[in-house]
Design a protein around this ligand. Structure first.
Ligand code: DGJ
Length: 726
């Protein structure tokens, strides 16, 4: 209903088409509803960017299409003029979108505009090399009214001989010139992903990338640019996120003339893709947006866009409360032990019970078993069925863990197929967590993995799969294919992973998936199209989580962010109260990962209450608009988020204090996104605020004056819920 209402509103506000060509001119306006992206052909026959920013939809305003000249023989017009898709060649020295070796060793490509056509919300612009060896189709798709568009490049060998693509980017984005732009991005490491970084771009290039075969824990494939002063609520922000789960690269470049541009696409490191005559290679999709109101609007735009267009079940279903046995049992899983945990989880109100690692093969430690996806008969003498029936009998869904892309050398699979592991012949096979990566770029390996998973899902009443991947690629050799094709391994592996998931989803439409790679090592917008949720980080320690979750929330939807309550002291030795741990995890899709066998009755009782409260607010949290009111990166020891329901009838505010700081008053937290003239009844659910349960306040008061948390102890937390008074 809401989507329909929104669409109806958007239809009123939008011109008839989101992609339009100027009459009689090579100029196109792409209108997302809140931003415009304009491209045109200049007098030199090049397709160039004309505008990316606030909404500007009048063709007459774009009469002039820029063509710049340099100031000396060291600066050619082709290098100085922003180009929509520059290839390496001629006198171009900016970061290219395409680099190729053409027949006879020619490494110079010059792309000129050829033609374009519009099909609904999609624009295809075709560029051709002046000598005809390459054809590039730039594809743009607008999601009308969403604020988001996406672009992709498809390169085709139109020569009669082989060519080799050495670099293919999805595109380049130019932001308005002559400002000192600040780059915002996410960096980190295992158990410390999603740490926000910001830096002013000086002349040169800042490269964000992964060479690990996954998106990696170290960086995630998105970027945001602002003029240096954008906040949560103000300032322009230009942003982009790649849909690609393998090696990626984002290059933010401050050119010597003051221009700022960003390329994004496949990582060209160890990249090489031969194209026979007529063959094509497509880049990943690159999603683009623009915010006039800071980073907060950026995140809300992306969250809604993802829920409605990418995330599996994103607009249709709320995420269930999950229990996962990993931190409680590690590999020590048995039928009885799992049943006992399931009984306890059910008492808390858990809706999805997940058995993690350890149920298969000789998997008693991380030294053995990966690859052997048969139920361990000692741990489960009658297979998984008794446990699954038990869990279903408790009215919970049942999920299990797999890590299908991996193999332990100590496994039957490896003993039968040592050649299936990635390696270079005759050279060491470097293990990480005692495991090797299967060369899933091979179609026989892909089909084996599909067959195994398909069999497990066919033979067992499984509702949910946690798909893990616990090491990066290493020694990415690929015997038995011609040497010229061996570097395709990086891309073909990822494509085959998508292929397996797509086939599994088609054959088992009721089964849900969680994407995991030792936490947040593989998260992006293309994998999001195949999963219901992601495992955010292996670090479940609540204080660390605040920053991890904040970084995640910049681009990725709240609903997709799994957050567990686990035991203390946690991996970093910190102990926080159970209330704090619940409130931190309730800011995402709630899970519980503690050892329930050790939880005292009081904790069990408190947990049941918190799960019930979560269910009361979860639609608001999972599908509402997120406002980051106070960052955990701030210096006053207070952080806060709030969520406003799509229908505006409920809002909730979470507040956290890290350390008690003598004489330090906590600042008021001002709601955002409420209706000024509506009235809201306050309910103080956890902790204390300067308002009491039952008080009725206006939206204006709550947004202009705010509420002040009265949190006194170390790691104290509060939750306040507003309900609109009819
Ligand atoms: C890494 C995951 O992130 C954990 O949650 C857990 O599933 C382990 N792997 C199991 O080996």
């Amino acid at each position: 209903m809401r989507t329909l209402a929104l669409l109806a509103l958007a239809a009123l506000a939008l011109p008839a088409q989101s992609v339009r060509q100027a009459p009689g001119r090579n100029l196109w306006i792409l209108d997302t509803g809140s931003s415009s992206y304009v491209i045109g052909v200049n007098s030199a026959g090049a397709l160039v960017p004309v505008h990316w920013g606030g909404r500007a939809t009048n063709f007459e305003d774009f009469a002039l299409i820029p063509l710049s000249n340099g100031i000396s023989s060291f600066e050619s017009p082709e290098d100085m003029t922003p180009d929509e898709f520059p290839a390496f060649g001629g006198l171009r020295f900016v970061e290219p979108c395409l680099k190729a070796t053409l027949p006879n060793g020619v490494r110079d490509a010059a792309l000129k505009f050829d033609s374009a056509h519009i099909d609904g919300n999609r624009l295809e612009a075709i560029l051709r090399d002046i000598k005809g060896g390459l054809r590039v189709t730039l594809v743009y798709e607008v999601f009308p009214g969403s604020g988001v568009l996406r672009r992709q490049a498809i390169v085709e060998n139109t020569s009669a001989a082989n060519v080799v693509i050495e670099n293919l980017q999805s595109g380049v984005m130019e932001v308005p010139p002559s400002v000192d732009y600040r780059l915002t991005y996410s960096a980190g490491r295992w158990a410390g992903e999603w740490q926000l970084q910001q830096e002013i771009l000086a002349q040169g290039k800042k490269i964000l990338e992964s060479r690990e075969g996954t998106t990696s824990h170290r960086m995630n494939p998105w970027f945001a640019l602002d003029a240096g002063a954008a906040t949560e609520t103000s300032g322009e922000v230009w942003y982009g996120a790649l849909g690609w789960s393998g090696n990626w690269k984002v290059t933010a470049e401050r050119v010597h003339d003051g221009r700022t541009r960003v390329t994004a696409g496949y990582n060209d490191f160890d990249f090489s893709w031969p194209l026979k005559p007529g063959e094509k290679l497509a880049s990943p999709w690159l999603y683009l947006g623009y915010s006039r109101h800071g980073f907060g609007e950026m995140s809300r735009t992306m969250h809604m866009f993802e829920r409605e267009n990418l995330l599996q079940g994103g607009a249709a279903k709320l995420r269930p409360v999950l229990y996962n046995s990993w931190e409680a049992t590690t590999f020590d899983v048995t039928e009885d032990g799992q049943k006992t945990l399931a009984d306890k989880a059910a008492k808390l109100g858990v809706e999805l019970y997940v058995i993690d690692d350890g149920w298969f093969g000789a998997r008693n430690t991380d030294h053995a078993g990966l690859g052997d996806w048969v139920v361990n008969p000692k741990k489960f003498p009658n297979g998984l069925k008794p446990l699954i029936d038990h869990v279903h009998g408790l009215n919970m869904k049942f999920g299990f863990w797999v890590e299908p892309e991996m193999v332990n050398p100590d496994s039957d699979l490896y003993r039968a197929h040592p050649d299936w592991a990635m390696h270079f012949p005759g050279r060491p096979r470097t293990e990480a967590r005692n495991q090797l990566v299967l060369n899933m770029a091979r179609d026989d390996v892909r089909d084996h993995i599909f067959g195994v998973l398909d069999g497990l899902l066919t033979d067992n009443a499984i509702d949910f799969v946690k798909w893990d991947m616990n090491r990066p690629f290493g020694e990415p050799g690929w015997e038995n294919v011609p040497e010229a094709e061996q570097r395709e391994i990086w891309v073909k592996f990822v494509r085959n992973m998508y292929n397996i998931m797509d086939r599994l989803r088609a054959r088992h439409p009721g089964v849900e998936f969680e994407g995991c790679s030792g936490g947040g090592g593989r998260i992006d917008l293309e994998l999001m199209r195949r999963v219901e949720e992601f495992w955010t980080s292996d670090n479940t320690e609540a204080f660390d989580r605040l920053k991890i979750q904040e970084g995640y929330s910049y681009i990725y939807a709240t609903k997709s962010m799994m957050a567990w309550v686990t035991d203390v002291p946690n991996m970093n030795g910190r102990t926080t109260p159970l209330r704090y741990r619940y409130l931190v995890a309730m800011q995402g899709s709630l899970g519980i990962g503690g050892n329930l066998n050790k939880w005292p009755d009081a904790d069990m009782t408190y947990s049941s209450k918190m799960v019930e409260i979560y269910k009361w607010i979860r639609k608001t949290v999972q599908e509402g608009a997120l406002y980051r009111l106070a960052s955990p990166r701030g210096t006053n020891g207070l952080s806060s988020t709030s969520y406003v329901a799509q229908d505006g009838n409920q809002a909730c505010l979470f507040a956290f204090r890290d350390h008690q700081q003598y004489l330090r008053m906590l600042p008021a937290l001002r709601f955002q996104g409420l209706k000024g003239d509506s009235r809201y009844r306050v309910r103080v659910v956890e902790g204390a605020f300067d308002q009491k349960t039952g008080t009725v306040l206006s939206g204006d008061y709550l947004m202009q004056h705010g509420v002040t948390p009265e949190l006194t102890g170390d790691y104290d937390g509060g939750l306040l819920v507003l309900e609109r008074v009819p």
